[in-house]
Write a protein that binds this ligand. Sequence first.
Ligand SMILES: CC(C)(COP(=O)(O)OP(=O)(O)OC[C@H]1O[C@@H](n2cnc3c(N)ncnc32)[C@H](O)[C@@H]1OP(=O)(O)O)[C@@H](O)C(=O)NCCC(=O)NCCS
Length: 330
Amino acid sequence: MNNRKAVARISATSRFLPDQIMTNADLERMVDTSDAWIRERTGIRERRIAPPEMGAVQMGERAANAALEKAGLSPSDVDILIVTTATPDRLLPSTACEVQSAIGASRCFAYDLQAACTGFLYALSCAEGHIAARQAETVLVVATEKMSVITNWEDRASCVLFGDGAGAVVVQPSLNGEGVLSSHHSSNGDLASLLQRPAGGGRLPLNEERLRNQEHMLQMSGPEIFKAAVKSMAKAGSKVMKDAGMCADDVDIMVPHQANIRIIESTARYARIPMDRVFVNLQHYGNISSATIPVGLDEAIEEGRIGPGSVVLMTAFGAGLTWGATIMRW
Ligand SMILES: CC(C)(COP(=O)(O)OP(=O)(O)OC[C@H]1O[C@@H](n2cnc3c(N)ncnc32)[C@H](O)[C@@H]1OP(=O)(O)O)[C@@H](O)C(=O)NCCC(=O)NCCS
C-alpha cells in the first residue's frame, strides 16, 4: 500500500440526463447506418438529447443543485466552482460563472476547464490541489455537455456516438484516509487535429462557406482515436495503480470514460480488470464527454457498486489529445 495520505474525497455525486431519448432506430432514419452496426461497433443503443431551450448551464445547474443537496450543503458553502464543458452556452463569459449565478453560489470563485472528455479527471485534480493548498474546503465540480449541438448529424461515423447530460461532485477534505490516492494526467497537442471543431474560433471565424461545410462541428478520425484511447487509458490506469501501491485485484470497480464498449473492454483487458468489475452505462447515454465519469459514479453508488471503502479506478481520454487516470478510496 502507498504511504500517500489522501487529502481530498468526493462527498457527494449527482447526475442530470434530459428526458428525450434518441434511439439507434431514430438514427437509421437520419443517416446510412443500422442499429446492428452501432450496437456491434460501439455498444450504444440510445442517447439523451436536451431540448433546444436547455443548454450546458441549465443541465449543469440541475446536477450542481442535486449534488449540494446530497452533501447537505447550501450554495453559499461552495468555495470554488469548476465547470468542465466542450459545449458552452456562450463563448464569453465562462459557463462556470453562469452556473454560479444559476445556483446562487455567490461566495465562490468559478472557472471553466476545457480538456474535452478528460475534463472531469483534470478538474478533480484541480479540486484536490485547491484543498491541499487550503484555498478551499468545498469545491463543486460540474461536468455538463450538450454534445448534440456540436454533432454533425450528416456524419454517420461520429453522430451515432454522442449524447447530452451532466454530472456533478462535491470535493472536500479527506476525513479518515478516504479520497484520491493517485492521479496521472497527460496531453499531446501534436494530435489535436484527430478530434476537433476547426472553425468558429479565432483562427477560422465563421462565414457562410464554413457554416455550409459544417466546419464548426465535430470532426473525428475514429480509428486513430480508438487506438490512442486504449493505449493511453490503459497506461494511465496501470500507472496510478502502481503509484498507489496497488494492483488490479485491489480495484473494486473501474469507472472508465464511456466512448465505445470495445475501447472499454480493451482498456480493462490491458489493465487486467475483469469486465464484471467495470462500470458500463454507454448503452443508455452514449458518450457525454466530460460528464460520463461523474454520471457513472453516481449510478454505480445508487446500484450499490461503490460504497465506503471501495477502491475506484477512473480513466478518461479525449480531444487535445488529453488523457488521465485517478484512483481513489471511497
Ligand atoms: C468511430 C468508430 C465507432 C468506427 O468504428 P470502426 O470499427 O473503427 O469503423 P471504421 O471507421 O474502420 O469503419 C468501418 C466501416 O464502417 C463504416 N461506418 C462508419 N460509421 C458507420 C455507421 N454509423 N454505420 C454504418 N457504417 C459505418 C465506415 O464507413 C467503414 O466502411 P468501409 O469499410 O466501407 O469504408 C470507432 O473507430 C471509434 O469508436 N473510435 C473512437 C471514437 C471516439 O471514441 N471518439 C471520442 C473520443 S473521447
